[in-house]
Ligand binder design. Structure first.
Ligand code: FEO
Length: 168
């Protein structure tokens, strides 16, 4: 059972995850246009992961007796000056997502809705990984600058494939 307030917060987050997916798909398209196929592929996998997050909210809201409601999604930014600027943008976005998830977890505690609290635990742990993986790439981009290291990093990032986690 969900209160109206909690149902609205979960719906807002579901739509925010779709917005996140659009940001990363837009980054993928940007990198493809820049000839950075590995970066484009990494961002495409990130887009798939965000849609997986969105669908976890979608399924949960409906299972918990609520109504998953799709809303208007803001258009994402279309281009970035450098790969570093894009990944810094991604890191800032993920830090915002963490804050949003934590705020919903606070609301669940306030309402003593332990089922929602348990559902959100997966996302709380996931956000630690999200910030870590994007932060790691930001660090590498700062190290390599615009030189040949960018080519190596592009090749490295191109190996990422999204596989839905077995524990989800
Ligand atoms: Fe769904 Fe990247 O947070």
């Amino acid at each position: 059972m969900l209160s109206e307030k909690l149902e609205a917060a979960l719906n807002e987050q579901m739509n925010w995850e779709i917005y996140s997916a659009h940001i990363y798909l837009s980054m993928s398209s940007h990198f493809a246009g820049e000839g950075l196929g590995g970066f484009a592929s990494w961002m495409y996998a990130q887009y798939q992961e965000e849609m997986f997050h969105a669908m976890k909210f979608f399924d949960y809201i409906n299972e918990a007796g609520g109504h998953a409601q799709l809303g208007r999604i803001e258009a994402p930014q279309l281009s970035w000056d450098t790969p570093l600027a894009a990944f810094e943008n991604a890191l800032e976005h993920e830090q915002g997502v963490t804050a949003r998830i934590n705020a919903i977890a606070d609301l669940a505690v306030e309402e003593k809705n332990h089922a929602v609290g348990i559902f959100l635990q997966w996302f709380i742990a996931e956000q630690v990984e999200e910030e870590d993986s994007v932060g790691d790439i930001v660090g590498k981009l700062k190290m390599v600058g615009d030189g040949g290291g960018l080519f190596m990093l592009d090749r490295d990032l191109g190996t990422r494939v999204f596989t839905p986690p077995a524990d989800a």
